[in-house]
Design a protein around this ligand. Structure first.
Ligand SMILES: Nc1ncnc2c1ncn2[C@@H]1O[C@H](COP(=O)(O)OP(=O)(O)OP(=O)(O)O)[C@@H](O)[C@H]1O
Length: 305
């Protein structure tokens, strides 16, 4: 496991990271989400030892990460760093060899990856003749060709078409399923929502939320219910229930719960009070829908930033 602990960083007198702390677990895809300039790249660069953070440490299985450990990391930087005038296959093999992969194995692994990302037919073309999306596929092959033990990818999906996104998602899933911890940053919340096992949300250099997608959604959906009722005048008599949204003849309501309750206790308290709400609604007419409502990730992102 990689543990990022209390990383703070200043560029001159400007603080860009403030006590960044989170874990990247084996076999998990951890999505790193934050607005432009939130500090994702700086955090990744600190983990990789490309900058030395002013404060804080990254631990690998309990010990500070060494340069030797880092040689076993795979990294896809945001500013892509491939050679435009080199052929695709040749280039991926070259990077594998730089990581010490034996020649025949480098060739075999390169061909396998090119096939997975759908670039086999372009393997002997110069990198610069490829579209940006295809160059990115090549870059993903480079980050994976030495079978890294940890994988860190900065915006691996930006600029990819939906087919390529799916191909890359498949590769990352397969890598994680082999037990590799994977951290990837993305602005594309739909992709993050689909792919991440764990989520880390950063804003202004501070970690605002961490957890599994389910945990975060559960936490941010305390007391939320969807109701389809003919009229809602009766809600005014329930001072602990507020109307959050109305859409397509249905409403989202929030039952106010004691903020000191943990998520399990809040869920139980909410379910109990929901029964009163349902009874009240039924006393005033038909109820077509009554169910728990889950806050979408995009909404959570807005709430914590
Ligand atoms: N070399 C540098 N010198 C000074 N400031 C920097 C430097 N690199 C980054 N910054 C600043 O640090 C802050 C965090 O930047 P960072 O690139 O980590 O954010 P990010 O979340 O990766 O953003 P994006 O999604 O736009 O890539 C930004 O305000 C950025 O302008």
């Amino acid at each position: 496991m990689l543990q990022i602990q209390g990383i703070s960083h200043w560029y001159g007198d400007r603080q860009v990271l403030d006590g960044v702390t989170f874990d990247i677990k084996p076999g998990r895809l951890t999505g790193f989400v934050g607005a432009n300039g939130a500090g994702k790249t700086t955090t990744m660069r600190a983990i990789l030892g490309l900058i030395h953070p002013t404060e804080g440490v990254t631990l690998l299985n309990g010990k500070p990460v060494t340069d030797q450990d880092r040689a076993r990391f795979g990294y896809m930087p945001e500013e892509r760093g491939l050679y435009p005038k080199m052929k695709v296959r040749e280039q991926i093999i070259y990077f594998a060899r730089l990581h010490g992969v034996e020649k025949a194995e480098a060739g075999r692994r390169t061909d396998e990856l090119l096939e997975v990302v759908g670039l086999s037919e372009r393997k002997d073309d110069l990198l610069e003749s490829l579209s940006l999306g295809n160059q990115q596929r090549a870059q993903i092959c480079v980050s994976l060709v030495h079978n890294p033990e940890f994988l860190i990818l900065d915006e691996p999906f930006s600029g990819l078409d939906p087919v390529a996104v799916d191909a890359v998602l498949g590769v990352l899933r397969e890598v994680a399923d082999r037990g590799v911890p994977v951290l990837f940053s993305s602005h594309q919340l739909d992709v993050v929502e689909r792919l991440s096992d764990d989520l880390v949300i950063i804003a202004d250099g501070k970690i605002r939320a961490t957890g599994t997608r389910e945990e975060l959604q559960r936490h941010h959906s305390r007391g939320l219910y969807r109701i389809g009722a003919q009229q809602l005048g009766w809600l005014e008599g329930m001072t602990d229930v507020e109307l959050v949204a109305s859409e397509n003849g249905e409403q989202v309501i929030r039952i106010q719960l004691d903020p000191t309750l943990d998520d399990d206790a809040a869920e139980a308290a909410g379910a109990k009070r929901a029964q009163d709400v349902l009874r009240e609604a039924l006393a005033h007419g038909e109820v077509s829908v009554f169910q728990r409502e889950l806050t979408p990730l995009v909404q959570i992102f807005r709430e914590v930033r």
